[in-house]
Design a protein around this ligand. Structure first.
Ligand code: NPG
Length: 377
């Protein structure tokens, strides 16, 4: 495919409720969307970087800079055999900046699938037509509000709940939740909020029947994750640390985790996601698909990826209504009666982009064409 043009659009979407993790709170999502044109089809994707560098060093501002100055110019006007070729060229153009790269690479996957007349799920090798789905609940102001939130999501049909934890809101909080919901499939996520001094304390979570403990320690500390994993039976799961296939291989070799949360936006796109999926499958390590409060565009990519066979755990691929009053795709993602989300079967990401609504919420746009010129509209 010849990559003819890229349009970047910055949109603002208001979350129905603010989302708080150990390192910060998100109220609105300002999302950079990529619309990529090839000689055969158009593809869409979104950049998952947030406004503050609290989840990762990448932000909306760094992604925009990397996309504008280095990544879009490196691929526009060039011919590629497949999206993996786009990923390789992006890697040659810049180190790091995986969230920025993923936005282009994933749009290339959408375009390639549309050009082939296949769904993105099929193009990726996915087999499931529905994926069971969990929900991630942000830190709540009080125990009561947390219990009520869990109650409401369980009543809606979510089959697994992920709780955010942070120092001061951890073992006791999870124990209370467990007492109220003895059978609920439950996970916890610390977003790297703990250190070596917390090993004994975190080991107490082992008795609470959790499916996994996600990213307790800083991103660059695989050894500390391995130390916790050796002390407990609950699987340790990596998110922030799992930056790509090589890092995942290291983590598995060190027994630093026994499960992996794959977020295509975090690892540079769907090519790297598939590689992580495959190497975990070989090691018999189950994976699941995380979420970054995506619009329906990023959600469609995540749901397609969740249809792969080694995605054996429920992900944070919740329905549109969990996040937005109105999503940017049609139809929006909804929760089926059995707690699943349907994997779109139409070409590419398989949902229509609501361009009228996008126009309403667009703050800025910039275009890159084959002539290498960048212009704003
Ligand atoms: O449902 O998309 C969702 C949110 C899932 O908890 C979730 N995401 O650390 O995994 C995370 C967390 C997150 C959200 C991280 C926003 C960064 C920003």
């Amino acid at each position: 495919m010849r990559l003819e043009g890229i349009e970047l659009r910055l949109v603002r979407l208001r979350l129905r409720e603010p989302f708080r993790i150990s390192s910060g709170t998100t109220h609105d999502r300002r999302i950079l969307l990529v619309r990529l044109t090839t000689d055969e089809a158009v593809g869409w994707a979104e950049c998952v970087a947030g406004e503050a560098p609290n989840y990762s060093y990448e932000t909306l501002a760094t992604a925009r800079w990397a996309l504008t100055e280095h990544l879009a110019p490196a691929v526009v006007g060039r011919e590629f055999a497949d999206p993996a070729g786009v990923a390789a060229t992006l890697d040659e153009a810049a180190k790091g900046h995986r969230m920025a790269k993923a936005a282009i690479e994933m749009a290339a996957w959408d375009a390639a699938a549309r050009a082939a007349g296949r769904s993105l799920a099929e193009q990726l090798g996915g087999q499931k037509t529905r994926v069971p789905t969990g929900v991630s609940i942000g830190l709540q102001p009080s125990m009561n509000e947390l219990l009520q939130a869990i109650e409401a999501f369980v009543a809606e049909g979510y089959c697994r709940v992920k709780l955010k934890i942070a120092p001061g809101q951890d073992v006791e909080m999870v124990r209370t939740v467990r007492e109220h919901f003895p059978e609920l499939p439950l996970t916890v996520d610390a977003n790297a909020a703990y250190g070596a001094a917390d090993l004994d304390h975190l080991a107490e979570l082992d008795r609470l029947g959790l499916l996994l403990i996600e990213q307790p320690f800083p991103e660059d500390d695989l050894l500390l994750h391995a130390e916790l994993q050796h002390r407990i039976e609950t699987p340790v799961c990596l998110d922030e640390s799992a930056t790509g296939p090589a890092r995942c291989r290291e983590a598995l070799a060190l027994d630093a985790c026994r499960m992996v949360n794959i977020k295509p936006g975090r690892v540079g796109g769907l090519t790297a996601s598939k590689a992580i999926h495959d190497l975990c499958a070989e090691a018999d390590v189950p994976v699941w698909i995380g979420g970054m409060l995506e619009s329906g565009i990023g959600r469609a990519h995540n749901v397609a990826l969740a249809s792969l066979p080694n995605v054996r755990l429920l992900g944070d691929t919740s329905a549109s209504h969990r996040y937005w009053d109105r999503d940017v795709v049609d139809p929006p993602f909804t929760l089926n009666g059995d707690g699943t989300v349907t994997v779109p079967q139409g070409p590419g990401i398989g949902v229509e982009i609501d361009e009228d609504y996008l126009d309403e919420i667009t703050e800025e746009r910039a275009a890159f064409s084959g002539q290498g010129s960048a212009g704003s509209a």
